[in-house]
Design a protein around this ligand. Structure first.
Ligand code: GDP
Ligand code: ZN
Length: 295
């Protein structure tokens, strides 16, 4: 009898063992065939049922994206594969953090994945949050508002997640785990199922895990590591790419290697003065640029 091959997606990784989801949603534990094969959560893989009656990881499909706890100079620790969307969560409590938001938007560009902004805890909003975030909408990022407490905005969130593999990032306390619990009401049962499927592997809440949404039309990848991956370092090019609205102006700068700081004839500074680029974004750009040169 020849070996049977099937396609599956890795939902959790425990070193030499991975748990995968089959097309019908059932979970299986598989061994990695070779040391060089290192499947990650989110990877699409081909698995092989051997004569020894065990499932082995045979190959990994090319990745669309790779999320690493990254540092462009130092070694990178891979966290998950095939993420398509980063949702940056802010909330009036513990407070909007536009600088951290800009940081995440740079990271999203460098992965690269698309990004969207989510403002949670609207039940606590005292200031017009739309005004604070309208500049992001103007430069092309979707912005949605939710309240886990009141249940508002869940339809917009479902639309945003549709057919995407998303991660939720943002500072602690903005409501990321509350949003995930709201989206996956059976989360406890799923974690139980993962624990039983993992065999020798122990599933804990710190393991990076892929959860298919209840309608199967999209997934969320989550873990404490994914939520806080934002301690990164990036190149000057990555920094600039993260400020998407600079793109169309940049070519107008007098010097082609303009850093948009003190150079004469800088089109970016002119756009800031004319109100075409938001002051807050330019300020964050300069802070990050100067931090970089100080390193
Ligand atoms: P995380 O650290 O981003 O995962 O945040 P959590 O989901 O743990 O939420 C932090 C706190 O905010 C918890 O006490 C939640 O109950 C609360 N919280 C989450 N969403 C909302 C919301 O929409 N409105 C209000 N008022 N509180 C919320
Ligand atoms: Zn310039």
């Amino acid at each position: 009898m020849t070996d049977i091959f099937q396609q599956a997606q890795v939902v959790a990784n425990y070193g030499s063992l991975v748990t995968v989801a089959m097309e019908d949603g059932s979970l299986l534990s598989c061994k990695c065939k070779k040391k060089s094969l290192r499947p990650l959560c989110g990877d699409w893989i081909s698995i092989q049922f051997t004569k020894q009656q065990e499932w082995l990881v045979d190959s990994i499909a090319p990745r669309k994206s790779l999320l690493t706890r990254h540092s462009y100079q130092k070694t990178e620790r891979p966290l998950a594969a095939n993420i398509t969307q980063m949702i940056v969560v802010n909330a009036p409590e513990p407070g909007f953090d536009l600088q951290l938001t800009d940081h995440y938007l740079i990271a999203a560009k460098s992965i690269p994945v698309q990004a969207a902004l989510l403002i949670n805890k609207l039940d606590l909003a005292t200031s017009p949050w739309q005004e604070t975030f309208s500049l992001y909408e103007q430069i092309g990022y979707p912005v949605i508002g939710t309240s886990c407490k009141a249940g508002d905005g869940m339809k917009s969130l479902a639309d945003l997640l549709h057919n995407q593999t998303s991660i939720l990032v943002g500072k602690s306390g903005v409501g990321k785990s509350s949003l995930i619990k709201k989206l996956l009401p059976d989360l406890e049962i799923r974690i139980g199922a993962l624990s039983s499927a993992s065999g020798e592997g122990k599933h804990t809440t710190t393991t990076t895990t892929l959860y298919r949404l209840p309608d199967q039309q999209g997934s969320i990848i989550d873990s404490p590591g994914v939520r806080q991956f934002g301690l990164w370092d990036y190149s000057p090019e990555e920094l600039l790419r993260g400020f998407v609205e600079f793109g169309s102006q940049e070519t107008q700068c007098k010097f082609s290697d303009c850093k948009h700081h003190k150079e004469p004839g800088c089109a970016i500074r002119k756009a800031v003065d004319d109100g075409r680029i938001a002051q807050s974004r330019y300020k964050h750009y300069l802070q990050l640029l100067l931090n970089q040169s100080a390193r």
